[in-house]
Design a protein around this ligand. Structure first.
Ligand SMILES: Cc1cc2nc3c(=O)[nH]c(=O)nc-3n(C[C@H](O)[C@H](O)[C@H](O)COP(=O)(O)OP(=O)(O)OC[C@H]3O[C@@H](n4cnc5c(N)ncnc54)[C@H](O)[C@@H]3O)c2cc1C
Length: 400
């Protein structure tokens, strides 16, 4: 498969490149480069820059403020974003709940929520998983009992990414237990995090970061007008959203950027008197990973082309998720190999732009390599674990 770019596409690529060269904030670039976690304000600032240019809602149709881009344009855009190591946009609003709202929501919901997603005025988080209901999501127990024009919500959501920053959460909740199949009776509800009875508790991940949370709902009153689509049909909407999420997790362009960084790093990193990249065994592993990434890139392009003509991403999103995250984790391991013992120390105070680089332990930014390695163990779990993706492929592709 070979991609020949048209004249328009080449111009588009140049336009994106020029825009990024001019508008990508230097302090965010430095944070990314030095492995310093971004703050809420950093993410919002970058998203606002993209939105001001009309380039934030990449996947949305034009009528709702999206780009209306072709798959090739989206692909080129992602490549240019990765080439400058720009942060990924926070997906929960723009890539997850936004499309659900414009596809299944009421006009009132579209008017209320979509503009705030586009302008990053509202931060969303995703409330699907619960303690005891992750892979077996249909067993979820958070209840929403109807009481006149409100639902009373009780239960606990867990692993809620960046929920500590969120203004709103989209949840799958049980509105009925009197059902033939457990997937029925689940509804898709939008909940204001400011509502009385919502509590957020941090979960600290293995590398010491605060990225995920547990969220408790105690008699939280949610207006019925915040129900998306039909009551009891939330599973269908939630499933569509998960397929989009998995397609996005693959992160092909970012992995390509990381392979290039890895090669640079392995050229500088001297092991046993010669650059690591000259070690045939190491070079073979890098080449193998790059070949696998190329194959994945073409699979991603095929999926994008199919979505562009109106299809929802099907089980191929599971394939992309598995292979994409396997490659990401293989790269994490190779980065660790290239960093060697410089990857070992981890001092949180170093992740501050004002911390003098000469006082950093190891090679400064190398200390982030281990942080990234441990943090990214999550990639094969979130968005539905890779084992579950294999089950989906077995059922829907292989017919087992
Ligand atoms: C960093 C991180 C961020 C996350 N962010 C969010 C978020 O923002 N919102 C949200 O709703 N959820 C989020 N999740 C939750 C994530 O979707 C779940 O962790 C995931 O679905 C697995 O569920 P579980 O943790 O309950 O594990 P379990 O379902 O208990 O699984 C445990 C192990 O058993 C395996 N397993 C389970 N069932 C089967 C089976 N039938 N066949 C084969 N193997 C099986 C699994 O693969 C896994 O290895 C996040 C998770 C992580 C780690």
């Amino acid at each position: 498969m070979h991609i020949d770019l048209t004249k328009n596409e080449i111009e588009f690529q140049a336009e994106v490149r020029q825009f990024f060269a001019k508008n990508y904030p230097e302090d965010i670039r430095r944070k990314q480069n030095e492995g310093i976690p971004l703050s809420r304000a950093d993410f919002i600032r970058w998203q606002k820059i993209l939105n001001a240019q009309g380039w934030f809602a990449v996947n949305w149709p034009r009528e709702y403020g999206g780009t209306g881009w072709t798959p090739v344009q989206k692909y080129l855009f992602a490549q240019e974003m990765a080439a400058i190591d720009a942060p990924r946009v926070v997906a929960f609003g723009v890539n997850m709940v936004g499309p659900i709202i414009y596809t299944y929501g009421t006009d009132e919901q579209k008017q209320k929520f979509l503009p705030d997603i586009l302008s990053s005025a509202v931060w969303w988080c995703q409330g699907y998983s619960e303690p005891g209901s992750g892979s077996d999501l249909a067993s979820l127990k958070t209840k929403a009992d109807r009481d006149g024009d409100v639902y009373i919500v009780n239960g606990t959501k867990t692993w809620t990414t960046l929920g500590q920053h969120a203004d709103w959460i989209f949840c799958l909740v049980r509105t009925s237990s009197d059902v033939a199949r457990r997937q029925e009776g689940i509804s898709f509800l939008l909940i204001d995090m400011e509502s009385p009875g919502v509590t957020v508790r941090p979960i600290i991940t293995i590398e010491g970061g605060h990225e995920v949370n547990e969220i408790h709902f105690q008699n939280v009153r949610v207006p019925v007008k915040n129900l998306v689509g039909e009551e009891g049909k939330g599973w269908t909407y939630g499933k569509v959203l998960l397929q989009h999420e998995r397609t996005n997790i693959a992160g092909v362009a970012i992995s390509q950027y990381r392979i290039n960084r890895l090669k640079e790093k392995a050229s500088e990193s001297v092991h046993g008197g010669r650059p690591l990249i000259d070690d045939r065994n190491f070079a073979r592993k890098v080449a193998q990973t790059e070949i696998e990434l190329k194959a994945l890139e073409y699979t991603e392009l095929r999926t994008l082309a199919s979505v562009a003509v109106g299809n929802a991403p099907g089980p191929e999103s599971s394939l992309l998720k598995i292979r994409g995250t396997e490659i990401q984790q293989a790269l994490d391991a190779l980065m660790m190999e290239a960093a060697g013992y410089y990857a070992l120390p981890y001092i949180p105070a170093q992740y501050d732009l004002d911390f003098p680089i000469e006082d950093r332990i190891g090679h400064g930014k190398e200390t982030n390599t281990s942080l990234q390695y441990f943090n990214n163990r999550k990639a094969s779990i979130y968005g539905g674990s890779n084992e579950i993706q294999k089950n989906i492929i077995a059922k829907h592709v292989l017919g087992l």
